[in-house]
Ligand binder design. Structure first.
Ligand SMILES: Cc1ncc(COP(=O)(O)O)c(C=O)c1O
Length: 312
């Protein structure tokens, strides 16, 4: 991994040199948690909220974190500094992922197999932020057959290192073809096919996307699924709900089937990396003529302003 700097339990190296034990439980069982933040003008945005959510994920998966949020924070900034030193990229905005594993140990579920405290990895790399052209084009989403996990199974409120369910929804919806040679297969997306997937729950209600929350707009009212349907409590989602209140745009948190998206005036997604991002097509239905709608644009601008105001 070029241009990437990694911090494993305080040891910083280049992406190429970074290695984790095969006996790490994140590798053996997906027994880990993670968070993603990005910088704006060289400062991680919403870092406290993300680390707080990681603590709440830890509670949901009965993991006692052996390092404090303050420690993670310091190490995330130290990794960023090392990224700047090692790559010479002082002005680049970065993507930062922190992963905390339950630890390294003997094979077996019981915690008595653990031989270390919780282990952390911090990855810093240049941010691949959406461009204005991509914003204009919007996303083409497909509603996958694969269901979102029930809250009584792998609770979607927990941002764990086990995203296999979402990954399968993605692979089902996004057509990729294999090019390259047999020794080194490479994949590319088939042009004109879906960009990502949405998932329903067992009751055929829309929950969220693979790595984002979902909203639609109908007759000026903004609608998004409620938290208790079983979704990640998105930090961007929560802010959009507050922004709607401030702008006096009605925002409802209600359950709805996929057909509501087909008939919507506008559809958009939210995430820390994509912020507020338009959806131009859901399954076979073009949304708002394939262009970002006025409410989406208004909320996207208001969200950017909120970031500027809160990034001091
Ligand atoms: C499943 C899922 N839903 C929603 C989100 C958006 O969350 P946030 O706005 O906190 O980035 C993410 C982001 O990683 C996600 O993985």
């Amino acid at each position: 991994m070029k241009n990437t700097v990694v911090n494993i339990n305080g040891q910083i190296s280049t992406g190429e040199a970074a290695l984790v034990s095969v006996f790490d439980r994140s590798y053996l069982y997906g027994d880990s948690l993670y968070e993603v933040v990005r910088t704006y003008h060289g400062k991680y945005f919403g870092l406290d909220e993300h680390l707080e959510r990681m603590n709440s994920s830890a509670r949901l998966c009965h993991m006692e974190l052996d390092q404090s949020n303050e420690h993670y924070k310091q190490e995330m900034y130290r990794t960023y500094q090392e990224f700047q030193n090692l790559t010479g990229q002082k002005k680049t905005e970065v993507y930062c992922r922190i992963i905390v594993s339950r630890g390294v140990g003997k094979i077996g579920f019981g915690q008595l197999n653990l031989l270390t405290p919780t282990q952390y990895t911090i990855i810093v790399m240049p941010l691949d932020a959406p461009t204005p052209q991509q914003f204009e084009k919007g996303l083409y989403l497909k509603v996958a057959q694969r269901l979102r996990n029930d809250r009584r199974a792998l609770d979607p409120a927990m941002k764990s290192g086990n995203y296999l369910n979402s990954l399968l929804a993605y692979l089902e919806s996004v057509e990729e073809h294999r090019s390259g040679n047999e020794e080194w297969p490479q994949y590319s997306k088939v042009p004109g096919t879906a960009d990502d997937a949405l998932m329903c729950n067992f009751d055929a209600h829309i929950t969220e996307g693979t790595t984002f929350n979902i909203f639609y707009v109908k007759n000026g009212i903004v609608v998004t699924p409620p938290l208790d349907i079983g979704i990640l409590d998105g930090i961007t989602r929560a802010e959009i709900i507050k922004i709607c209140q401030k702008l006096e745009i009605e925002c409802r948190e209600v359950r709805f089937p996929k057909e509501r998206l087909y008939e919507a005036d506008e559809v958009f997604i939210s995430s820390s990396i994509k912020e507020v991002f338009p959806v131009s097509r859901v399954d076979d239905h073009t949304i708002h003529g394939g262009r970002p709608g006025p409410v989406t644009k208004k909320l996207a601008e208001a969200f950017k302003k909120w970031i500027t105001d809160h990034n001091e």
